[in-house]
Structure formats: structure tokens, C-alpha cells
Design a protein around this ligand. Structure first.
Ligand code: ZN
Ligand code: ZN
Length: 355
């Protein structure tokens, strides 16, 4: 028999113990074997036999590098926007039409007849979200058009040229190739904004792409874990994260319920993790769809049969259930995508207590 929606989460409005509730655990369905096999084979072969994939990767990257859109400095911001605009409404539609999947249904009003469908939380139509989209994209787009992009594998003269400077410095002043030293575009009447980005000519191997993606997600998740704890426990920072928790039942639209500072921080943190490992620009391009998908998936408010946490082995994924508990009780499950830091910290705390 299917568990009732509220019992899926295993918490009540007043509950503060649900963060450790066993009902937040994920039980992989038997059908998870198929996606596990497919994903596992793809990952292993991409790492072990990059020559198998190199013709396709070269074809794809060279096609992208020769397109005007990919050379535009706004490409990654546009990529986030388009992917979010496609993926989130799919999850929202599923959420609205599948009450049995919802994991945090709130108590219904007295007037609701027994057995009736649980009321939906307030959801916005896509046509009513122009202001939200504008507020989300504007800060990122501004950064795109004022700062020069500095990617791994691109020489300093090429970076200089893309920013409107001469390739080689004349006299004093130099531009560093490191992303840690941001450089403003050289604004002029002929080049009023930073509209292009310099791309590396080297085609990455599938091994490099997969390993960079794995390390980038591991790093992002670990860094966000500590930032998230700071957001909850340092009084001065609480107001930055507070809007993310101001909702009734968790649903896919909560993904983008973020203060401007938090939203920009999330994107800059993802940028930082990709840059610090010297990620290829193609890795960055492929990071975005997984990143957007995972963010929406953990906020989807549904117990999906093929949730990524059920497909990942050894219960390594946090998933929508654990993140829903975090949203409800505002404590625990601080990692967005995985759970080894959360589980590790709990284990350490338990052992320190028992000593
Ligand atoms: Zn969240
Ligand atoms: Zn939080």
C-alpha cells in the first residue's frame, strides 16, 4: 500500500526530530538497476576508453566553438535560463497532477471533504513570472557584460583581446590569466560591453570531462554544505537565506525562491569550483544541465521512482526527501546533492557525545 503523502516525509509542522527520521531514507526500487547500469557503463567507458568518444567530443566542441552563440559572453547565463525554463515547468506539472507523489502535504482545512485531493500550494503560471526571471538573470548578465571571462587553456593575449585590450601590454599594467584576479572589460564607444569570450582551441577528452564533472560536483556540494550551515547559524547571514524557507509545502518553484545575494553566490560558487580545478569550457557547458536538474530535483517535493538519490548507489545522494525535511525543520541535511558531510558530522557528534 502507498504511504500517505504526509507520512512519506515523516514529520509534522511542530516536529523538530524529523531530520533524523528513518522515513527520510531512500529505498531504491528494483527498476533502478537499469539506469544504474547505463550511467555506470557510460561513466566507466568515458574514463577508461576516451578514444571511443573522442570523434564525437571533437565534432561537438568544434561545432560549438564555431558558433556565434557559444562565443557570446552571455552563453552560460542563457543556458541556465533556458534549461531552468524547460525543466522546472515539467516538474511543476508533475507535482500538480500527482498528489500521491507529494512528500510534504500540509494539514488540510476543516472544510475539505474527507478523501478529497490535497490542496496545492500557491504555484505561479509561467506567464506571471517575468519579474522573477528578470530579477534572477539581471545580476548574472551584468557580470557577464562587464567582466572578461578567463578560462583554462586560453592564453593571456587572447583573454586581453576578448576584453578590448591590445594582445600585449604596452608600458605599465598587466592582466593576469587567473580567474581570481577579475578584470573589467575595456569600455569604449566601439566596444561598450564585454560581449565575446575567448575559448580554448584544445578539445578535451571524455576522461577529462567526466573527472572534472565529478570533482566539480563534489567540491561544490562540500563548499555549499559549510556555507549553508553559516546561512542558518550566523545571525548576520540568516536574512540572506531566509527567503528560501518562506513557503508552505515544498514544490519545484521553491528552487528559485532565493534572495539575489544567495542566487548570485550559488552561481559564483559553481564558477569557483569549475575554475579552481581548471575545468575546460566544455565541462562548464555540461555542468549546467546537471546542476539545474539536481537543484530542481531536490526541491521537487515528490518521491520519484527514479530520483537520482535512488539511482546513486550506497545511499550517497541526499535527494528530495532529505531536502524537504531540511526545508521543513530548517536544520540538518545541509548538503544540497549528497549526504556524506551531513552523515559524517552526525557520526562525529554521536561519538563525541558517547565518550
Ligand atoms: Zn533548498
Ligand atoms: Zn536552508
Amino acid at each position: 500500500m502507498q504511504a500517505s503523502p504526509s507520512s512519506r516525509l515523516g514529520t509534522s509542522p511542530s516536529s523538530t526530530t524529523a531530520k533524523t527520521s528513518p522515513t527520510a531514507k531512500t529505498n531504491p526500487p528494483p527498476s533502478a538497476t537499469i539506469p544504474r547500469l547505463i550511467i555506470g557503463t557510460l561513466l566507466c567507458t568515458a574514463i577508461a576508453f576516451p578514444a571511443l568518444y573522442s570523434p564525437f567530443v571533437a565534432l561537438f566542441y568544434n561545432w560549438l566553438r564555431n558558433s556565434r552563440a557559444y562565443n557570446c559572453s552571455l552563453f552560460e547565463t542563457a543556458e541556465i535560463l533556458v534549461l531552468y525554463a524547460i525543466i522546472e515547468p515539467i516538474y511543476t506539472y508533475r507535482f500538480a497532477h500527482n498528489p500521491s507523489l507529494r512528500i510534504d502535504v500540509r494539514p488540510q482545512s476543516q472544510q475539505s471533504p474527507p478523501g478529497s485531493k490535497p490542496l496545492l500550494p500557491r504555484l505561479q503560471r509561467p506567464t506571471k513570472r517575468h519579474v522573477e526571471i528578470g530579477k534572477s538573470i539581471l545580476p548574472l548578465a551584468i557580470l557577464d557584460v562587464i567582466l572578461i571571462k578567463k578560462y583554462a587553456g586560453v592564453s593571456v593575449p587572447e583573454i586581453r583581446q576578448s576584453g578590448g585590450y591590445s594582445p600585449f601590454p604596452a608600458g605599465a599594467g598587466s592582466i593576469r590569466g587567473s580567474f581570481l584576479a577579475p578584470t573589467l572589460h575595456r569600455f569604449s564607444w566601439s566596444s561598450p560591453l564585454q560581449l565575446t569570450r575567448a575559448l580554448p582551441t584544445e578539445v578535451p577528452s571524455s576522461r577529462r570531462i567526466v573527472l572534472e564533472l565529478l570533482v566539480a560536483f563534489f567540491l561544490y556540494d562540500a563548499l555549499f554544505f559549510f556555507i549553508h550551515i553559516a546561512f542558518h547559524h550566523i545571525p548576520y547571514l540568516r536574512s540572506i537565506h531566509h527567503p528560501h524557507h518562506t513557503h508552505a509545502e515544498i514544490n519545484p518553484q521553491v528552487t528559485n525562491r532565493l534572495s539575489i545575494i544567495e542566487r548570485v553566490s550559488l552561481i559564483l560558487l559553481a564558477n569557483f569550483t569549475l575554475n579552481i580545478i581548471g575545468g575546460h569550457v566544455l565541462t562548464r557547458t555540461l555542468f549546467v544541465p546537471f546542476f539545474v536538474y539536481l537543484l530542481i530535483e531536490v526541491h521537487c517535493g515528490m518521491d520519484l521512482e527514479w530520483g537520482y538519490d535512488k539511482i546513486m548507489p550506497f545511499e550517497l545522494g541526499a535527494g528530495s526527501k532529505k531536502h524537504a525535511v531540511h526545508h521543513r525543520v530548517r536544520e540538518g541535511h545541509y548538503q544540497p546533492f549528497f549526504c556524506w558531510w551531513d552523515d559524517g558530522m552526525l557520526w562525529v557528534a554521536k561519538h563525541l557525545k558517547s565518550e
